[in-house]
Design a protein around this ligand. Structure first.
Ligand code: FPP
Length: 243
């Protein structure tokens, strides 16, 4: 397989999911406010979106704000809301110019109106693009997503559209926030923690996990390439035996 520059890349992951952790620690190490770490994280994210596109990754999904992040200090939460709004405003034109589709998954109705409005605008204005899909998980929780899917199934059963015996894995998968998106092949987590933190719980059942000690603001396209190359050396078994 080759990237867009024609260089050889072994077995590319189609979908890369990222937990962008370590903004706070990055800021603290420099005597800065936590929110400054998030602004540095935004700059990194911008580079990584285009680096992923250059590598030929078809889906990039990042964890921007989890349903648990509301428990952070109020000024950090409001600072993150303002940052996400400013970032989307500033980047939408470039994303459109580059033919990148934007999706946002999570309980968007609980976000400030101004923020959910710009997310809907970004989704609407890029929905025809097929080059790369960049998905932001915002006010997202993996368990909440499964609960929302189960509620949708319960409604379908109550209204007689399906019967309980028809419910299978495909029925749940079809009711996730972005049902047509393939499962992540590779899940990258920065800042060293070895956990999923309620991220894409259903979809990451068979994802390969790659963890770096690097804090998110210091993450680079070179580290992304390293993760992709390490992924290319792994043998995926999906529960089966491989001789
Ligand atoms: C985790 O670091 C990071 C977040 C909770 C926020 C991620 C947000 C960004 C990178 C800004 C991106 C912008 C958009 C448009 C989504 P942490 O604060 O948990 O770091 P720590 O574990 O060191 O405290």
């Amino acid at each position: 397989m080759t990237d867009r520059a024609g260089d050889s890349v072994p077995s590319m992951p189609q979908h890369v999911a990222v937990i962008m952790d370590g903004n706070g620690r990055w800021a603290r190490a420099r005597g800065l406010e936590r929110i400054e770490g998030h602004w540095a994280g935004y700059k990194t994210l911008k580079r990584i979106v285009y680096a992923a596109d250059d590598l030929g990754i078809r889906y990039l999904t990042v964890y921007g704000f989890s349903s648990e992040n509301w428990r952070r200090p109020q000024n950090e939460v409001s600072g993150l809301m303002r940052l996400m709004y400013a970032a989307m405003r500033a980047e939408l034109e470039d994303l459109i110019e580059n033919g990148i589709r934007v999706r946002v998954i999570g309980r968007l109705h609980q976000l400030p109106d101004e923020l959910s409005d710009i997310f809907y605008e970004a989704m609407r204005s890029t929905e025809a693009y097929t080059r790369m899909t960049f998905t932001l998980a915002i006010n997202y929780g993996g368990r909440a997503e499964i609960v929302d899917a189960v509620r949708a199934i319960a409604r379908d059963i109550a209204d007689g559209r399906i019967s309980a015996d028809d419910v299978d894995e495909a029925s749940v998968a079809a009711r996730l926030y972005a049902p047509e998106m393939p499962d992540p092949d590779l899940l990258i987590r920065t800042a060293g923690e070895m956990r999923l933190s309620n991220y894409l719980l259903w979809q990451s059942a068979y994802s390969e996990i790659w963890v770096t000690p690097t804090y998110w603001p210091d993450f680079t396209p070179e580290l992304l390439l390293q993760a992709v190359q390490d992924y290319g050396k792994r043998t995926r078994r999906f529960g089966a035996v491989v001789e």
